[in-house]
Design a protein around this ligand. Structure first.
Ligand SMILES: C=C(O[C@H]1C=CC=C(C(=O)O)[C@@H]1O)C(=O)O
Length: 427
């Protein structure tokens, strides 16, 4: 149980910057950067004007418990209520902005909400600078100092994850047997691997590589969770809601023909279409109570990324009046793209068989502003970076037709995003 201190009063000032080009990442000081980027656009922040860290609920707490979200919502509401805001830009991501990461399971520690001291944002041809202080009178430009260049990561040693490949395949085979016996329909199983760089990893280097290599993904860094996720749990602008559900994966082909063949195979695979459908159904069921209108295409499309291709469905909704962003987030998490079906059974099985704590992996990561605008992804293709070490995670949806060997290969394709970001020669 967390005793949450009352939030401080903050003085927030957003000004338009006349000219600002180049990578936002290259304006970040070294340290613990905050970032949410899509290609050249997005927001980056540094320093801490306010921060909330939540410890996990006691072991044995219901896997669908949402206390971490409600505690964060109370704290953020208090911040917004007390804040003194002067915002001359008025776009999503201006004024008071909080970045957040929530753990996958309620009994994990590591859910955090951070309001940076300085935030730099870009949306198309608009750029802005926000400063946050607990005293009025600081001029925003004063906080834009020259920063040290991005550092390479250096040679890496790879250490084993919680389970070896063969052990993980046995866990997948056991899960398939459970599913075939009718105990559940789907469970998403993940594994980890650890990279040791010998000296502290410059997270800015990882962010710059990820945003360049995965321009259609959401490159993020919040309280140690770093990655480039293709999966948008929710975007909110006013009462407009969007979500991009992904489930069902093939690698990219080595030739255009092979790539097309793999894509066609994915689109017509009964196993993958079922796995995808369960993720879409879970989103629809969670969204219905909050939406005045909800539109979900009947058939998925193909989404191609640098390392893998996915079945994808984009859902839109108009939110009912009075609905709060964190309330929706709490209801959506975990979709069956990262948990399973039925959710409680899948969550219990994951905790029992994976042999690791997922921390923030597969949990929501993103930002929200004082007006309720927000973008939250699911922290996939990610790692927890702590000093010289990065713990990488990758998972796969397991259904009755899953083959352990192919699922292990799929995790390797998914690890490639973070492995590549950590590797200096780009290999
Ligand atoms: C759980 C992960 O991916 C999810 C999202 C897209 C496709 C998935 C799949 O095909 O299994 C997973 O549901 C991960 O990347 O770690």
């Amino acid at each position: 149980m967390n005793a949450v201190l009352p939030p401080p009063q903050l003085f927030v000032r957003t000004v338009a910057l006349r000219t600002h080009s180049g990578s936002l990442v290259r304006r970040l000081p070294a340290g613990a950067p905050l970032a949410w980027l899509t290609g050249d656009d997005g927001i980056v922040g540094w320093g801490q004007a306010a921060r909330l860290d939540l410890s996990g609920e006691p072991p044995g707490t219901e896997p669908t418990d949402t206390t971490r979200f409600t505690a964060a919502a109370r704290w953020v509401d208090g911040l917004v209520e007390k804040a003194d805001v002067a915002d001359e830009v008025g776009l999503p991501g201006t004024g008071l902005v909080a970045f957040g990461t929530f753990t996958f399971a309620p009994d994990s520690s590591g859910s955090s909400v951070v309001v940076p001291r300085v935030l730099l944002g870009r949306r198309g041809d608009r750029t802005w600078l926000t400063t946050v202080s607990d005293a009025s009178g600081v001029h925003p430009e004063e906080l834009l100092h020259p920063v040290p260049p991005l550092r390479p990561v250096g040679p890496l040693s790879w250490l084993p994850g919680s389970l070896s490949g063969p052990e993980w395949k046995d866990v997948v085979a056991g899960t398939v047997a459970h599913i075939r016996a009718g105990h559940l329909e789907k469970a998403v199983l993940a594994r980890d691997t650890v990279a040791d760089a010998g000296s502290p990893i410059d997270v800015r280097t990882l962010l710059e590589r990820l945003r360049m290599r995965f321009p259609s993904c959401f490159t993020f860094s919040v309280a140690g969770m770093v990655g480039a996720t293709p999966e948008l749990l929710l975007r909110r602008e006013g009462d407009e809601f969007t979500s991009l559900v992904l489930a069902g994966t093939r690698p990219r082909g080595a030739t255009p023909e092979e790539d097309r063949r793999l894509g066609e195979e994915l689109m017509s695979s009964a196993k993958d279409v079922e796995e995808h459908g369960l993720a879409v159904d879970s989103l629809r069921a969670s969204m219905e109570p909050f939406a005045d209108e909800l539109s979900v295409p009947a058939w998925p499309h193909l989404l191609r990324l640098a390392n893998v291709q996915h079945l994808a469905t984009r859902a839109h909704a108009r939110l009912a009046p009075g609905v709060s962003t964190l309330e929706v987030l709490a209801a959506l998490h975990p979709t069956a793209a990262v948990g399973g079906t039925p959710t409680p059974e899948a969550m219990r099985l994951i905790a029992e068989v994976e042999g690791m704590d997922r921390g923030g992996y597969a949990g929501p990561v993103g930002w929200m502003d004082g007006a309720g605008n927000a973008e939250w992804g699911i922290a996939l293709r990610s790692a927890f970076v702590d000093g010289a070490r990065a713990r990488l995670f990758a998972g796969c949806g397991i259904v009755a037709g899953s083959d352990p060997e192919s699922e292990l290969a799929e995790t390797e394709s998914k690890f490639r995003a973070m492995r590549g970001a950590l590797t200096d020669d780009g290999a």
